[in-house]
Design a protein around this ligand. Sequence first.
Ligand SMILES: [Zn+2]
Length: 219
Amino acid sequence: MIDSTDIRSQVVAAAKAMDAAGLVVGTAGNVSGRGDDGTIWLTPSSLPYDQVSVDNLAAVDLEGNLLEGTARPSTEKAMHLACYRAFPEVGGVLHCHPVHASMFAVAHRSIPAMIEEVIVYLGGDVPVTAYQPTGSDELGEEVVRHLADRSAVLMANHGMLCVGESPDHALHAALVAEHTARIVWGASRLGDLVELPEKTRTDFEGVYSYLRSETWAAK
Ligand SMILES: [Zn+2]
């Protein structure tokens, strides 16, 4: 069971780890988590990560209504809430601007799943959305369109959004996606890239889909 104290601690820990890993610059990016009572806890708008604590997260409901006595949520909350509304198994959402993944987002190129762990943890290639402005409901709809069978999506000319069964799980997805983007970008300088065998892709897609449907906590 994830009570309110636990989920707030998990959001804070994932936000600080995201910052420490260099996935964002300054106050960019945001992290959220869903408690057992359905409340969504989001990192606050424009607060340096070293000042983010369990006491200054924003609590909102699924429609984005601010619950009483809480901080101002991130301006990018719409896409977080869209993920929670669309996917009851999702318990954590993380948005960041990592360098290598963002290179693919700027080029409007998906990150190809050429490493086994990418398929197991992310479901396959990391797709890229059509461009929609930051903070818009349209961007929320656009990311959700790509996340039914994926844990990460690139937002065109912006960054990346990841989902997981918890905030920490979403952070892991972001680290795997960024790591893969860096490898693929570097490997492409060495010559032609070699695809994984089709059977391997299909088998590992099955592992991802099993884990997501059977082990992510349904809320
Ligand atoms: Zn952003």
